[in-house]
Design a protein around this ligand. Structure first.
Ligand code: SF4
Length: 346
């Protein structure tokens, strides 16, 4: 299993997960059930999942081919999300299908909730426990400022501080459809929709994300215009052919790389969050750095580390990177927006 180690939060030493779970290593920092949840990863059976294909191909390839390590504390929000999902899924009703597992064209997907409305329409829903930053992006919240006025309509001036005498500003939050940034959710839910429509032989009339705000009531959430604890967010419909093309290309890229043992090209800017994921949120960034083509990661140690990289990569004579020309740029959802299929989101 490629996820093999936990990182000790103090010494940063890698410890085998089996030993942590069976011999109580790390018990002074984390309870055992938390570690068990952190260690649960989907077992690879040769069929990629929708969420796997939304991630960068290189990242998913490395997670399947090298032994990697995670810091259990980095999994805290993921564990909260899993628990919230499980609780919501446990309330099954006559008109809903929670946790529906489907497979279409050798891609698996698990929908959180497929629910029939009183008028007979089917809605597809996904639960998310997201931070306010992501929710603000999905809602397209734009912050502007305007001078604060008193009851008579006069500007209120600041009385102290370095801006003394200047008009006091009021923050205004508005929703702008042009600022909406929810590419991954659009791809994920549209693919689930296609799977559900195939299984039901009926159209899905709405796709929605039920988002629980992880950091609600905090100053930072309010500063982003996120004032509620939960949001019900409509996900736009997209053209089936384009969604299919995206997933087919990503699936073929991953399976071909695994079959030929060739390192996929670096993740796209969208997939690696303009480098933020590479630097702080990718569990296989150590190996990616050793490939030597990731400008977001320090490169000074690359040459001396190449023999080590080959050691880690047992069975691979060379770390050969798939040529750039082998990449289908159209599968970068940020390169060109996927056209709407004409259906209106409710
Ligand atoms: S470090 Fe960045 S580019 Fe490399 S696999 Fe991770 S996310 Fe992708």
């Amino acid at each position: 299993m490629p996820l093999k180690y936990f990182i000790d939060p103090v010494t940063l030493v890698k410890l085998e997960i089996n030993k942590c779970l069976n011999e109580g290593l790390l018990s002074e920092y984390y309870p055992l059930p938390f570690l068990i949840m952190c260690a649960s990863v989907r077992i690879w059976k040769g069929v990629p999942s929708v969420t796997q294909l939304i991630n960068g191909t290189r990242m998913e390839y490395l997670k399947l081919t090298i032994d990697y390590a995670i810091k259990p504390s980095d999994m805290a929000f993921a564990v909260i999300g899993i628990r919230a999902h499980k609780k919501l899924e446990s309330f099954d009703t006559d008109i809903s299908f929670p946790e529906e597992k489907l497979c279409m064209e050798d891609i698996t997907g698990t929908m959180d909730l497929l629910e029939q409305q009183p008028n007979g329409d089917w809605w597809l829903q996904d639960y998310k426990t997201w931070g306010s930053y992501k929710i603000a992006k999905c809602l397209g919240i734009v912050k502007t400022e305007k001078p604060l006025l008193d009851e008579e309509g006069n500007q209120i001036l600041l009385k102290t501080g370095k801006n003394k005498g200047k008009p006091k500003q009021e923050k205004i939050f508005t929703r702008d459809s042009k600022a909406v940034d929810m590419t991954d959710a659009i791809l994920q839910l549209n693919r689930y929709r296609m799977m559900a429509e195939e299984a039901l032989q009926e159209p899905i009339k709405a796709m929605k994300i039920f988002a629980i705000v992880r950091d609600n009531t905090t100053y930072i959430a309010k500063s982003r215009g996120i004032m509620e604890e939960v949001y019900y967010i409509d996900v736009p419909f997209r053209d089936d052919k384009r969604v299919d093309m995206y997933f087919e290309t990503k699936k073929n890229n991953l399976l071909l790389a695994l079959e030929r043992k060739i390192m996929p090209t670096i993740c796209t800017e969208h997939e690696c969050w303009e480098g933020r994921r590479c630097v702080g949120y990718c569990n296989v960034n150590e190996m990616c750095r050793l490939v030597g083509d990731n400008l977001y990661l320090k490169e000074e140690t690359v040459n001396e580390m190449m023999p080590v990289a080959r050691g880690i990569y047992q069975g691979y004579e060379n770390i050969h990177v798939e040529p750039q020309s082998g990449r289908y740029d159209g599968c970068d959802p940020t390169a060109q927006s996927i056209p709407d299929d004409g259906r209106e989101s409710l």
